[in-house]
Design a protein around this ligand. Structure first.
Ligand code: ADP
Length: 301
């Protein structure tokens, strides 16, 4: 079982030919609303890949919040850990995707920054009943830290997706992180090492290792993912596909990987390969949660 703590947003995806410049007004060719937020996306990915999944987070007392709760409930994700915060807006993201598949995103965090340690303490049972706890940096840090502390006390494994990247991650959080999953940009912000080849990946992973994290997985977009543990390292190549919208590629990878990973990490390369497969499907369609595949939709060779 997997518990995700983090952000939940109402996404508005706007498709356009090219990104607007400051002062410019452009027309969009399509608009649609869907569930998003790194935390909620990762929970949806884990659940659609077959894991029992719970989500800890917060929405505002508005229509968007009610719609998002409904969406997760329909996925059969345990939403008992989601707080509804009075007089606060639900998190929202405006995602512009151009014809080249590039995206630009504006986020109003709203309720995602309005839940804290006190709310997390009430969700102790959810954390204790899961094998993995997954967090990102799109919601309040004190809530994440409290959740990791509960997970480690209960002997559970913690997975940190340091996105969006913080240059300095609190040492207290690092000390309680079993697995870190940054992308290339986040890796460079955290370690100061630009990852361009296997040697620099090894160097960056070693730096993350020295921060006290046993298992490092660096996602490499269309190149796949690099992993580094005390005993093994290597690149698991991506699947060759035509990407149209990479929103939630990383989220799909993380949720899907966690759904397959053994709590003792004995099948790490296989779980990464599954994460690559699920995210290669996600990049072939638009939106965050609408693009996340189900395990039954995936074909393995
Ligand atoms: P993020 O979305 O967080 O920036 P990445 O771009 O590294 O993360 O993508 C995460 C994972 O999604 C990759 O490890 C890979 O498996 C898959 N992926 C991303 N882009 C592509 C692509 N163009 N083709 C195939 N797989 C992709």
């Amino acid at each position: 079982a997997v518990t995700v703590i983090g952000s939940i947003n109402m996404d508005t995806t706007l498709r356009l030919t090219k990104m607007p410049k400051p002062g410019e007004t452009l027309h969009t060719s399509d608009i649609f609303h869907s569930g998003g937020g790194k935390g909620a996306n990762q929970a949806v990915a884990a659940k659609r890949s077959g894991a029992n999944t719970a989500f800890i987070g917060a929405v505002g007392d508005d229509n968007e919040g009610a719609t998002l709760l409904d969406l997760l409930a329909k996925e059969q994700i345990d939403i008992s850990g989601i707080s509804t915060i009075a007089d606060t807006a639900t998190g929202q993201a405006m995602i512009m995707v151009d014809d080249a598949g590039e995206n630009s995103i504006l986020i109003h965090a709203g309720a995602n920054n309005a839940f804290h340690e006190a709310e997390v303490q009430q969700q102790k049972a959810l954390i204790e009943n899961s094998d993995f706890l997954i967090a990102q940096f799109e919601s309040s840090l004190d809530a994440t830290l409290a959740a990791f502390t509960l997970a480690k006390k209960a002997g559970k494994k913690t997975i940190l997706n340091p996105a969006p990247a913080l240059e300095t991650i609190p040492t207290e959080l690092l000390a309680q992180t079993d697995v870190i999953i940054p992308n290339e940009t986040e890796t460079e912000i955290i370690t100061g090492i630009e990852v361009t080849d296997e040697a620099s990946l090894f160097q960056a992973a070693t730096a993350l290792h020295q921060l006290g994290i046993e298992t490092v997985i660096i996602t490499l977009g269309s190149k796949g993912a690099f992993y580094h543990t005390a005993t093994q390292h290597g690149i698991v190549p991506a699947f060759k596909v035509k990407a149209v919208d990479t929103t939630a590629a990383g989220d799909t990878f993380i949720g899907a990987l966690s759904s397959q990973l053994n709590p003792d990490f004995s099948n790490l390369p296989e779980a990464i390969r599954y994460g690559n497969l699920a995210s290669s499907v996600a990049v072939q369609s638009y939106g965050a949660q609408p693009s996340i595949p189900r395990r039954t939709d995936l074909t393995f060779e």
